[in-house]
Design a protein around this ligand. Structure first.
Ligand code: FAD
Ligand code: DHB
Length: 390
């Protein structure tokens, strides 16, 4: 088989790239390790920046998003029971975010891909990348026990943090930067109305908690837990009791409890691989970087990478110019590092760090007080949360 762009991974990055290329008549094949149902069963991000919404519009997959997504003008930060609203719209000259689950984005992109008739190979085993340092890259894989090869012009490594693309690079080709946080997030999804109309990020002496949602009848909650915790030890009752203890009193009272649909623990990590290109292989999304989820940036960064990469590939085929591809890594990384900073900062502000001294705890409180009392402090938070320009 031959294609122009072979895409490894059918997460949001791979599917969005495939859709944008297909709309320009650029042939592409997606190779995914798991089944489509499995990809759709993963409960992950929920907040879309305006730039990502615009990209989904360009990709012609925003119809359901505009019907079912919830536009949010603000969110709250809470510290030891005190609450401060960040007026996203007022502080950014009218920008907002949209609450619409990653599962739904993925669903919409898969449906569009099926409608266009582009090829996705699910449940591909032993995916391997070859010759991407030369002119004729190739991907091999095994499907239903049979070996296959795809020849292509370019490979897009959109296969997440644990994927094969980044690991295929020769030793020393990338420099990796990493911070591992000494805690994780335990998330719970339930069909109950959300405790508040907007998201609440809360810091308390018992640790961090987040009230989010997927719709006005489906809530998504998170609590910070130590890395030793096991999901099995957290009954729904225990989760809701702990959540309420960490929230300001009025929000805690408004929490409606209900049976969980999903419960899982995710570790928190900051990670960047530089550069994001090696020959004809381009890394995008979680394959190249991870942010702790506190700033709601992971999915949005995957989209901005795809913005730069799709532009580069389209220019290559349409204008016979490689300027966009040559600039891809630097352009993407400039935005990634700013989102890494914001996510690290928001994580540092709101979590209980076991090793923090009383001085550092006072610094966290002073930081919150500054934001809560300074329009300039609040504006910085708002500007980053709605997403920096592409
Ligand atoms: P992924 O979504 O990881 O997609 C990669 C795809 O590649 C997967 O489908 C995978 O099966 C496939 N793949 C992997 N290896 C191979 C291989 N060898 N061959 C072929 N295919 C392969 N972000 C937020 O903003 N908020 C959140 O609350 C949040 N929660 C998260 C919870 C978890 C458990 C995780 C892991 C991430 C979370 N994120 C969150 C981050 C966000 O979901 C990611 O940034 C986003 O999914 C990145 O999309 P992606 O397409 O780059 O990677
Ligand atoms: C959600 C996840 C986040 O990491 C975040 O910052 C906001 C919302 C969510 O899953 O809804």
């Amino acid at each position: 088989m031959r294609t122009q762009v072979a895409i490894v991974g059918a997460g949001p990055s791979g599917l969005l790239l495939g859709q944008l290329l297909s709309l320009q008549g650029i042939d592409n094949v997606i190779i995914e390790r798991k089944s489509g149902d499995y990809v759709l069963s993963r409960i992950r991000a929920g907040v879309l920046e305006q730039g990502m919404v615009a990209m989904l519009e360009d990709a012609r997959v925003a119809q359901r998003l505009h019907r079912d997504g919830l536009v949010h003008d603000g969110f709250s930060l809470a510290f030891d029971g005190r609450r401060h609203r960040i007026d996203l719209k007022g502080l950014t000259g009218g920008k907002t975010v949209t609450v619409y689950g990653q599962t739904e984005v993925t669903h919409d992109l898969m449906a569009a891909r099926a409608a266009i008739g582009a090829t996705t190979i699910y449940e591909a085993d032993d995916v391997a990348l070859h010759d991407f340092d030369g002119q004729s890259p190739r991907i091999t894989f095994v499907k239903d026990g049979v070996s296959h090869a795809i020849e292509c012009d370019f490979i897009a490594g959109c296969d997440g943090f644990h994927g094969v693309s980044r690991r295929s690079l020769p030793d020393g080709a990338v420099r990796e930067f990493e911070r591992i946080y000494p805690f994780g997030w335990l998330g719970l999804l339930a069909d109950v109305p959300p405790a508040a109309h907007e998201l609440v990020y809360a810091s308390s002496d018992r640790g961090f908690a987040l009230c989010s949602m997927r719709s006005m009848t489906r809530s998504r909650y998170y609590v910070q837990v130590s890395l030793e915790e096991k999901v099995e030890d957290w009954s729904d009752q225990r989760f809701f009791d702990e959540l309420r203890r960490r929230l300001p009193a009025d929000v805690a009272e408004a929490v409606t409890t209900g049976a969980s649909i999903e419960k899982s623990i995710a570790p928190l990590r900051s990670f960047v691989a530089e550069p994001m290109r090696f020959g004809r292989l381009f890394l995008a999304g979680d394959a190249a970087h991870i942010v702790p989820p506190t700033g709601a940036k992971g999915l949005n960064l995957a989209a901005s990478d795809i913005h730069y990469l799709s532009q580069g590939l389209i220019e290559h085929y349409r204008d016979k110019s490689d300027a966009g591809l040559d600039a891809y890594s630097n352009r993407a990384l400039a935005r990634i590092w700013k989102a890494e900073r914001f996510s690290w900062w928001m994580t540092s502000l709101l979590h209980h760090f076991p090793a923090n001294t009383p001085f550092e705890q006072r610094m966290q409180r002073a930081e919150f007080d500054y934001i809560a009392t300074s329009p300039i402090g609040s504006t910085g938070v708002a500007e980053n949360y709605v997403g920096l320009p592409y």
